[in-house]
Write a protein that binds this ligand. Structure first.
Ligand code: SF4
Length: 466
């Protein structure tokens, strides 16, 4: 480390949200350092190297002979009986620049055998981690840029190659119902399995791992740093953590064993089997539902909505605390009807007490226009959500006195007052409103501070469940 700050947390570069948050978090007097990736072309290799190894990763990994069952498999189905239309193959053949094995090794990328893939004919492999279901010839890598086929085995290139690390306020994830006012050690590697044209973190999410500076952080080191900075939780975030699945899984398992909670900040584009394996070690997730239509996902995100909704349902089923983010892009997903549908789905499938964050977009990556989301649009979305019956609705990425605070769904009193990510006051005690006893969904410190109180988002209104 060369910046003279610490041995473990390094100076920051690319993540714009991180930069924006620094001022707030500094005010909160929590250590806030570091992103490693300067978001710039890395070019030169770090010495030849070590990173190789093919140990098996997360449970359920390795090649399988199963037929793909992910949502992407269905995408190529029959097309309304039109015989002339050839059904799409149930996989993607990504056109992503290849990287030779020797070069990957010379650049100190990892050759960690991936989880959730299978061999197919001709030396090809099919990745089954996400609904994209990339089918890769020898030397090819997936749409996410970080999983590659070498000689009939799928490898993850970014295991323990961290491009961003921060101690953030947990409110920045955003999580407003999860250990408020605590720091969360947050990490990312390069890569993403979607292609949102407005991505706010594109410098790392849409980068090739060989183009971005990284630091080595083995899972034991991640847990040690979280402990050193007294973080009760670790977040897998900034880019798309699903594509560094094996690393996230190993970190999460180790963190759980050390009494540290795990938070997944994600677009939720993952297949069911890996998700269920991972969710066993997750305590909370913020899932970004980008817009409530397949058309929006196709046009703006190069993905599909249906698998994301399924992800949220599975998280709820597996008792992971879930908060939803919807980044509102003017002219894209700001239609009141679309927002209403999103809210109704959340109420029906997850629960009316699910925290929902409407977040401000700003032009980035491939989108220069329109300009940032007007506050009036975000307030309109919040109003719709409250009218539809959601109980905890927030506005993010912009100051809004009403939309930043938590109000009790039982008596309406202000329970948590925030300024952006900074908690000014917090009255929630033992997970309850001190005025009316309403149980507030989320994960809270117990009254004696010795344990955690978990209150599900689908719990009925009222004091104690019968
Ligand atoms: S995780 Fe990457 S390689 Fe695997 S299917 Fe998704 S985009 Fe393709």
């Amino acid at each position: 480390m060369s910046d003279g700050r610490t041995d473990d947390l390094k100076r920051v570069g690319a993540n714009r949200n991180s930069r924006a948050s620094d001022a707030f978090f500094a005010a909160a007097t929590v250590a806030c350092l570091a992103i490693i990736a300067a978001g710039v072309l890395r070019g030169a290799a770090a010495g030849a190297g070590a990173g190789a190894g093919t140990g098996s990763a997360a449970g359920g990994g390795g090649p399988s002979a199963e037929t793909p069952t992910g949502p992407g498999a269905a995408a190529g189905g029959a097309s309304g009986g039109t015989l002339s239309r050839k059904p799409r193959e149930p996989f993607t053949r990504p056109n992503v620049r290849a990287i030779a094995r020797d070069r990957a090794l010379a650049l100190n990328l990892s050759l960690r055998e991936a989880s959730f893939w299978r061999r197919v004919e001709g030396g090809e492999v099919q990745c089954e981690l996400c609904p994209t279901l990339c089918r890769l010839r020898d030397g090819e890598r997936g749409k996410c840029r970080v999983r590659v086929n070498y000689s009939g085995t799928l490898y993850a290139l970014t295991y323990a190659r961290v491009v961003a690390e921060h101690v953030d306020p947990v409110e920045k994830k955003p999580l407003n119902h999860f250990l408020p006012a605590t720091g969360i050690y947050s990490i990312a590697t390069a890569g993403c399995n979607m292609g949102c044209i407005f991505c706010q973190n594109y410098e790392i999410s849409q980068s090739f791992p060989e183009d971005v500076r990284f630091e080595m952080r083995e899972p034991a080191g991640v847990v040690a740093i979280a402990k050193r900075y007294k973080c009760p939780s670790i977040a897998y975030t900034y880019s798309e953590p699903s594509v560094f699945y094996e690393y996230m899984y190993d970190c999460a398992k180790l963190a759980r064993g050390n009494g540290i909670a795990n938070v997944w900040v994600t677009a939720g584009y993952i297949n069911e089997k890996p998700l269920r394996e991972l969710a066993r070690y997750l305590d909370a997730a913020n899932v970004d539902i980008k817009g409530f239509s397949e058309e929006f996902y196709r046009k703006y995100c190069d993905g599909h909505l249906a698998p994301v909704l399924r992800t949220v349902e599975i998280l709820k089923e597996m008792k992971v605390h879930v908060e939803i983010t919807n980044l509102i892009v003017p002219g894209g997903n700001d239609d009141p009807g679309m927002i209403r549908k999103l809210c109704r789905w959340v109420i029906e499938k997850i629960g009316p007490k699910t925290p929902v964050h409407f977040s401000r977009y700003h032009p980035d990556y491939k989108m220069e226009r329109p300009g940032p989301t007007p506050l009036s649009t975000l307030r309109m979305a919040r109003e719709i959500a409250l009218r539809e019956g959601l109980k905890y609705v927030y506005i993010g990425n912009i100051a809004d006195p009403e939309g930043m605070n938590t109000y009790c769904a039982g008596c309406g009193r202000k329970l948590i007052e925030r300024f952006h990510y900074y908690v000014k006051s917090n009255e929630v005690a033992d997970g309850k409103c001190p005025h009316c006893g309403e149980r507030i969904p989320g994960l809270w410190p117990s009254a004696d501070g010795k344990s955690l109180v978990r209150i599900p988002v689908d719990e009925p209104m009222g004091k104690e469940p019968k």
